[in-house]
Design a protein around this ligand. Structure first.
Ligand code: 4NP
Length: 167
């Protein structure tokens, strides 16, 4: 019984970990970048975190991040391993923090959050040097520049949030 409890604790996301979910529209551009960058920065800071990402739509379900996002993460040596999925009602109780990237994500998330669920729904860009920063969607851009900008913004916001978690 003791062993079972210990093992379950080790692999469960419940416990002392901080559970963080990054959300965007399609879950192939911004939120998988945020997920991978935040996981790396939290690891460097010695924080015990469980990190995932999801989209507000299911259109890209099961897909790897956009190839331009993969290229950007690879260029910066950030590990990633994600397949797109749609956010579920259960996520609002599994995660302590759910971060949207723009006003549209925020209004979708607030509209779908079940009453009484535990997650704090926050704008990730509130951890940028200027509060309220929108992490804009690079999907319709023709090249890599928007993905690089997204990476840089996620890096700044990750470290801003990590500082707050460290109190
Ligand atoms: P993301 O970007 O929300 O950052 O993953 C998008 C990806 C796909 C679409 C829109 C935004 N789409 O319309 O398919």
């Amino acid at each position: 019984m003791f062993l079972l409890t210990t093992v379950r604790k080790k692999f469960d996301m419940a416990g002392d970990k901080v559970n963080v979910l990054f959300v965007c529209l399609g879950n192939i551009c911004r939120s998988p970048i945020a997920e991978a960058v935040f996981r790396q920065e939290a690891k460097k800071a010695g924080l015990d975190v469980y990190v995932d990402s999801a989209g507000t739509i299911n259109y890209h379900e099961g897909k790897k991040p956009d190839s331009r996002g993969q290229k950007t993460l690879n260029k910066h040596g950030v590990e990633w391993d994600h397949r797109a999925r749609e956010i579920t009602n259960a996520d609002f109780d599994k995660f302590d923090y759910i971060f949207g990237k723009d006003e549209s994500n925020m209004s979708d998330l607030k509209g779908m959050q079940p009453r009484g669920s535990k997650a704090k729904v926050l704008l990730f860009g509130d951890y940028y040097s200027t509060k309220g920063k929108i992490i804009r969607d690079p999907y319709y851009d023709s090249g890599d520049a928007g993905f690089e900008q997204c990476y840089q913004e996620c890096l700044v916001c990750s470290n801003g949030f990590i500082k707050e978690l460290q109190g």
